[in-house]
Design a binder for this molecule. Structure first.
Ligand code: HEM
Length: 204
């Protein structure tokens, strides 16, 4: 399995798979097949994929340890960047198709509507991570500082879950499910943190 994961082809296939939701949205938009409220459809789809990619990225480390698949690490940066990519599409949909770049209204929303504040926080926290995702940035920052900075992803995912929980009106099952997944992923890290032997195994 590690051999398959090490192949350049596998990386290309995973990359294309990550693009599928965006391609489907693009083709739906082009064919005018996104339903009666296309903007709402795009906002929801891009929001869903942002939180999913954040959680998938956070699953890489536990999965590579538990399944003994160290090569999974090759996909972590790409998956994290896809979380940022869908987050940017989500934010752009809001700024452009929902608010028509009405900056006064947008700032008021960020300031006054808690779920928008949480979503914006989640996105802002991803910006330094995307900007320092290159090997050059890792070298410049040094491994330890880079790792510390990249722990912001935990707070981004938490803010994303809160954003989702605050925006749903009645059915809270999905935000709770994402929250539960995040909790399990964080508990895994907490256990590793308190067991120095396991911690010696590398990044968590
Ligand atoms: C990492 C950042 C973010 C994540 C993970 C995220 C996630 C989500 C999710 C999961 C949904 C619900 C999708 C559904 O109902 O199927 C959603 C909806 C939404 N998000 Fe975000 N979001 C993020 C950032 C933002 C930002 C920066 C804004 C705007 C400033 C924003 C504005 C909205 C709006 C307007 C909705 C639709 C609300 C409604 O249906 O009434 N989000 N987001």
């Amino acid at each position: 399995m590690n051999k398959i994961l090490a192949s350049g082809w596998t990386k290309a296939v995973v990359f294309l798979m990550c693009l599928v939701p965006a391609l489907l949205l693009g083709s739906g938009w082009y064919k005018e097949a996104l339903g009666p409220n296309p903007v709402e459809n795009i906002t929801h789809t891009t929001g869903d994929w942002t939180i999913r990619f954040l959680l998938i990225t956070l699953s890489v480390t536990p999965l590579r340890k538990l399944l003994h698949l160290p090569m999974l690490i090759r996909f972590r940066r790409m998956l994290g960047l896809f979380a940022f990519f869908y987050g940017c599409l989500h934010l752009t949909t809001y700024l452009w198709l929902d608010q028509f770049f009405d900056w006064a209204g947008i700032w008021k929303d960020i300031y006054k509507r808690p779920y928008i504040t949480a979503g914006f926080t989640a996105w802002i926290l991803l910006v330094p991570l995307a900007l320092t995702s290159t090997s050059w940035a890792i070298r410049k920052l040094g491994g330890k500082r880079w790792q510390l900075l990249h722990r912001l992803i935990y707070f981004s995912a938490l803010a994303g879950v809160i954003h989702y929980y605050w925006l749903v009106k009645s059915d809270i099952r999905l935000p709770l499910m994402y929250g539960a997944i995040l909790l399990v992923l964080m508990l895994y890290r907490a256990i590793i943190w308190f067991r120095p032997k396991a911690r010696a195994g590398g990044s968590f």
